[in-house]
Design a protein around this ligand. Structure first.
Ligand code: FPP
Length: 269
């Protein structure tokens, strides 16, 4: 099986009229600025079809492409995709190797289209732990899309919320030990500024989507999702469509975000 050649062209899963209707029902003034996605269910999608798990990851790349397209089209500012967690290093070596290879190849292949769509690629996570080949391909895409001013496509790779929080705590402790920082200055805003998400246009996701039906956060953006609205769908990631993404945004727009305040306070704002 060749990872390079196996990705299929993206098939629109819905007719244009439905898409147009969904696009029309979105309030452009209340878009989630930052959408984060836990892309789960690739393995189950594949095994339910009698295929190798890696085939699910290959198909998952097609979903990455179409969701990046629709997020960019609708005007989302930042899309963070949980592509490989710190804990995923514990998967069988063959699956880890195949995923790393796939991610590198896919990113390199998609770079011209990212540039065409004005999408800037960035990542959060332990870049140094990634294999050299994937690092080179990713770095090429970071450099080639650095000038793009549209959607920020942020891949969480070798990332976990606890990894990032403990790394930030270590950096802050060093600054204190070096005399560059007074412990009294450490508050929520300073701590947030040391997390790897601080470089994003919007740090905290407004909307978190999880595919694959599990209702948990799996060590993703633990600090940042404090007031994030969560949407869980049973659909496996390879089956997740542009229409599903738009429906998640519409559901998000029906919610009242109170951030700990009362409903009355929000209405009177
Ligand atoms: C979770 O499904 C998915 C992953 C661990 C990998 C997701 C990666 C991709 C879709 C490729 C990303 C590529 C780019 C270019 C960003 P799972 O394997 O845990 O599925 P399961 O829960 O059914 O076992």
């Amino acid at each position: 099986m060749s990872l390079e050649n196996d990705a299929q062209p993206v098939i629109m899963s819905t007719d244009n009229t439905t898409m147009e209707k969904l696009l029309e029902s979105i309030d452009r003034n209340r878009l989630p600025r930052h959408v984060a996605i836990i892309m789960d269910g690739n393995g189950r999608w594949a095994t339910s079809r009698g295929l190798e798990r890696s085939q699910g990851h290959i198909e998952g790349v097609n979903t990455v492409r179409r969701i990046t397209e629709i997020a960019s089209e609708v005007g989302v500012e930042c899309l963070t995709l949980y592509a490989f967690s710190t804990e995923n290093w514990n998967r069988p070596k063959a699956e880890v190797d195949a995923l790393m290879h796939l991610i590198g190849i896919a990113i390199q292949r998609e770079t011209p289209d990212l540039i065409k769509n004005n999408v800037r690629l960035t990542m959060i996570g332990d870049f140094g732990r990634m294999p050299e080949d994937a690092r080179k391909r990713l770095q090429g895409c970071f450099d080639d899309t650095a000038h793009c001013t549209g959607l920020v496509l942020n891949l969480a790779l070798s990332y976990s919320g606890r990894w990032d929080i403990s790394r930030a705590a270590r950096d802050i402790a060093r600054e204190v030990a070096d005399g560059a920082l007074n412990p009294d200055e450490i508050d929520e805003s300073l701590f947030a500024s040391r997390l790897s998400t601080a470089k994003l246009p919007v740090q905290d996701p407004d909307l978190l989507i999880r595919t694959g039906g599990e209702v948990r956060v799996s060590n993703f953006l633990l600090w940042e999702i404090t007031y994030t609205e969560i949407e869980v769908t049973d659909k496996f990631w390879p089956d997740f469509t542009k229409e599903d993404f738009l429906k998640a945004i519409i559901s998000y727009q029906k919610r009242e975000r109170r951030f700990g305040k009362t409903s009355q306070q929000i209405t009177n704002q």
